[in-house]
Each structure stands twice: as structure tokens, then as C-alpha cells.
Write a protein of this length. Structure first.
Length: 203
């Protein structure tokens, strides 16, 4: 007569109790709820294809009394026009200014340009290196100070500057057509006195 092997104390039965169906449904609903609550990435969100909302015009009278605000608005407007005009040559306004000053001054150095245009030395070094890589500017060691280099325009630089100069001068007159010739001269002199200081004599 066989007898069942005695059950060891401290061991659990291999048979697990059945999970109630209601508990399974509840767990599934909780997981689905968490998935719905997770936000979608911005790339998966539907694009807003509705009509653009009208931009509200703000009362700017509190700022219009500040000359600096008016000058800044005019500078931003003019700068955007210049950037657009120079895009065909892949030239930025500071780079054009450097080319123009090199063409108009003999024995000019990076330090001279940085001082005249208020550009920091590291930025000026990067700017000149870019113009040199493009074949627009050449550098030669200064005969009296070998620590400095004399900058000159290459033939390519001279030709490109001539094209840009003609366009910008024509466009500059168009952009300021709201002034008479006398008003344009007056504005130019007043702005020069403003950024060069009070020592500039009035004409």
C-alpha cells in the first residue's frame, strides 16, 4: 500500500489561485487609461490648418516718445532690406562694411576695422578669415609691424564690391525716397553727430 510523500513545511503549493475576472478587467482599463493620458509628441500632433488669427495692433505711444526706440525700429527696417539685397552675393552687412573700408583705406589692418566698426577682435578674425577663404581679401605682413597684416581686396573682391555698391546706393535712395534731398542730408548729419559724439561740428 503506497502512501503520499509527506509535504515539506514552508513550501508553497504549485497551484496558484485563479485571478478573478473582475480584477483582470480593472487592470486592463487602468493601463488603457494611462496610455490615453500620455501626451503625444509635437511631431504627431495635428497641424493647425485653420485661418491665421489677425494680429492686434498695439498702442505704441508710450515708446514713440523715446528717440532710441524710433532709431531701433528704423535700423531693423533698413537692416532687413540690406540683408535681402545682399543675399544674392552671400554677403552679410558687416562683411560688406569691411570690404568697403578696405577699398577706401590704404594700409588698413584688422585692428583698424574692428575699431571703426565696433567689432570685437575674435569676431573680426573670423570675419576676415571667411572673406579670405572666399578669395575676396588678401593679407600681407605689415612692413613696419610684423605682428599686423595689411588687408587688401583681391580682383574678385573689387569686382564684387563694385556690383554691390551700385545696387546698394540705388536702393538706399529708393528706401529714403520719403525725404527730400535736403532732409536726407540733414538726417545723415544728425545721425553722424549722434554716434560720433558732440564734438562733431554742425554744418
Amino acid at each position: 500500500m503506497s502512501t503520499a510523500a509527506p509535504r515539506k513545511r514552508g513550501t508553497r503549493s504549485a497551484v496558484r489561485a485563479p485571478v478573478a475576472r473582475s480584477d483582470t478587467l480593472l487592470a486592463g482599463r487602468l493601463r488603457a487609461g494611462r496610455r490615453r493620458a500620455d501626451p503625444k509628441p509635437a511631431s504627431q500632433l495635428p497641424a493647425d490648418t485653420g485661418p491665421a488669427k489677425p494680429v492686434r495692433a498695439l498702442d505704441q505711444s508710450s515708446l514713440d516718445g523715446l528717440l532710441g526706440y524710433r532709431l531701433r525700429r528704423a535700423e531693423v527696417h533698413m537692416r532687413q532690406l540690406v540683408i535681402k539685397a545682399l543675399a544674392d552675393w552671400d554677403i552679410r552687412p558687416p562683411e560688406y562694411s569691411v570690404l568697403a573700408l578696405i577699398a577706401g583705406n590704404a594700409l588698413v589692418t584688422q585692428a583698424d576695422l574692428g575699431h571703426a566698426l565696433n567689432i570685437k577682435r575674435p569676431n573680426m578674425v573670423t570675419l576676415i578669415e571667411k572673406l579670405e577663404r572666399r578669395g575676396l581679401v588678401t593679407r600681407e605682413v605689415h612692413a613696419l609691424d610684423r605682428r599686423n597684416h595689411i588687408l587688401t581686396l583681391s580682383e574678385k573682391g573689387e569686382a564684387q564690391l563694385a556690383d554691390i555698391d551700385g545696387l546698394l546706393h540705388d536702393m538706399d535712395r529708393q528706401w529714403t525716397a520719403c525725404w527730400s534731398a535736403r532732409e536726407r542730408q540733414q538726417v545723415a548729419r544728425l545721425l553722424q553727430r549722434l554716434y560720433q559724439g558732440p564734438d562733431v561740428k554742425a554744418e
